[in-house]
Structures are given as structure tokens and as C-alpha cells.
Design a protein around this ligand. Structure first.
Ligand SMILES: *Cc1c(COP(=O)(O)O)cnc(C)c1O
Length: 230
């Protein structure tokens, strides 16, 4: 199997899982997480039909988006204040916002670039200490802060599930969706209309994520690694 084949086969599986669960395939994006591959791997994924890519390091985001400026480059990694200008200069969507300080800095840079930066808020649903993200109970306050930032648009929520148990993962995804519905119900209509995304599910757990309402699955190894077997 080539990278292009891998991408096509996961996209086909994803379409089927959507249909089996009463969802519309077009409503779920397959984000190709290219952090472990090089430009050649990206080119192969594009051959397979990929147009949205995820990177977790600003340097890689810059390098690969320079090489493939026509694709959508998502930032899914840990945000550092001093790299926010680089991230905002390229990111189609930032998946990993959870600090108020970073929200303000993203807003400042976005204003300079004359853009509205789309962001997702990363939530630590499972409460694992090793996971980043804000606690669910902090979400309403965080959203209120973001509402006051004119150059940020909060498009939804992101989470990472604990690894190793698909039932626990599914529960985590379920909880994120419930949280999203809860906070959306309290938003003004304009904010609610753009608050549509749930970025959840990776190579090992994207099926339960789609069942629970994911709109973006972030898949790395299952596309780019020869060794990945599920
Ligand atoms: C690496 C990464 C992924 C992809 O993980 P795989 O298990 O390789 O599919 C998804 N999301 C984030 C935030 C990542 O860092």
C-alpha cells in the first residue's frame, strides 16, 4: 500500500462509517497529519486526494506550507508565544488553543495579518494530567473572553482521548459533543452559527469519534506509517 492508497482507503472507510451511522460523509474531514513525513509523503497524500494537512511544529508548518501553498495547513501542536506569528501567518485552523494569553496574542497577530483566525478550543475532557487543554468547567469563561476578540473565530472544540481502550475513548468523544451542545445553547446566534466543529479521533480511535459526531478526524500513522496495523 502506498501513502496515496492509504489515504484513499481510510477515506472510503470513513464514508462507509458515516453512512452506517446516519451521517453525511461530506460533513467529516479527513485531516492528514503529516508531522512524521516529508515533502514527498505530502505529495503522495495529495495524489490520494488529501488537501488538509496537520502539523504540530511551527517550523514544519512553515516549511511544508511553503512547498504546498495550495493546500490547507492546520496547526495541531503545542502553542508557544514566540511562534504565534509564524502559526497565524499560515494556519487555516488552529486546533490547540487553550490559554487566554495565547488567545490574545493570536488575536493581535491576526489583526496585523488582516485575517480572522479560525481556532478550536482544546478541552481536556478525560482529566488526564498528561493531556493539555482546558478543563470543561473553564470553557464558558474562555468562550466569553474569545467573544471579545474580533480577529479570532472559535469554530468548535478539539480533544485527545486516552489511548488503549476504545470504550473509554468513545465516552470521551461523547462527553465532548455533549459539552459542545451545552455551551452552544447559551451562545448568541452569530457565534453559534460558526461553532460547528468537533476535532476528535486519530488513527486508532477515529471510528468511535465519528459515531459520536466528529467533524474532523486527525490521522497520521494510518496514512503515513508502513508499520501501522490496526
Ligand atoms: C500526531 C497527532 C495526531 C495523529 O496521531 P496518529 O495516531 O498518528 O493518527 C492527531 N492529533 C494530534 C494532536 C497529534 O499530535
Amino acid at each position: 500500500m502506498t501513502i496515496a492508497d492509504n489515504y484513499r482507503s481510510i477515506r472510503n472507510e470513513l464514508d462507509q462509517v458515516c453512512i452506517d451511522n446516519g451521517r453525511t460523509p461530506e460533513d467529516v474531514m479527513l485531516l492528514a497529519v503529516s508531522k512524521t513525513t516529508d515533502a514527498d509523503g505530502v505529495a503522495q497524500a495529495i495524489d490520494g486526494g488529501a488537501h488538509d494537512f496537520g502539523e504540530n511544529r511551527p517550523d514544519q508548518l512553515l516549511e511544508k506550507s511553503n512547498e504546498f501553498p495550495g493546500e490547507n495547513w492546520h496547526f495541531i501542536g503545542n502553542i508557544q508565544s514566540r511562534r504565534i506569528g509564524d502559526i497565524v501567518s499560515r494556519a487555516h485552523l488552529i486546533h490547540s488553543l487553550y490559554s487566554e494569553k495565547h488567545a490574545r496574542l493570536i488575536n493581535d497577530h491576526a489583526e496585523k495579518f488582516d485575517k480572522i483566525q479560525d481556532c478550536l478550543i482544546e478541552v481536556n475532557v478525560s482529566g488526564e494530567v498528561s493531556k493539555s487543554g482546558i478543563a470543561p468547567e473553564e470553557l464558558p469563561g474562555f468562550l466569553e473572553l474569545c467573544e471579545g476578540l474580533d480577529n479570532i473565530s472559535i469554530r468548535g472544540l478539539m480533544t485527545m482521548a486516552p489511548q488503549g481502550d476504545l470504550e473509554i475513548a468513545q465516552k470521551t468523544f461523547h462527553d465532548l459533543r455533549v459539552l459542545k451542545d451545552d455551551v452552544a445553547a447559551k451562545m448568541n446566534p452569530q457565534m453559534r452559527n460558526s461553532f460547528t466543529e468537533l476535532s476528535m479521533g486519530m488513527s486508532e480511535d477515529w471510528v468511535p469519534a465519528v459515531i459520536e459526531g466528529s467533524t474532523i478526524i486527525r490521522v497520521g500513522r494510518a496514512i503515513f506509517s508502513e508499520k501501522f496495523i490496526i
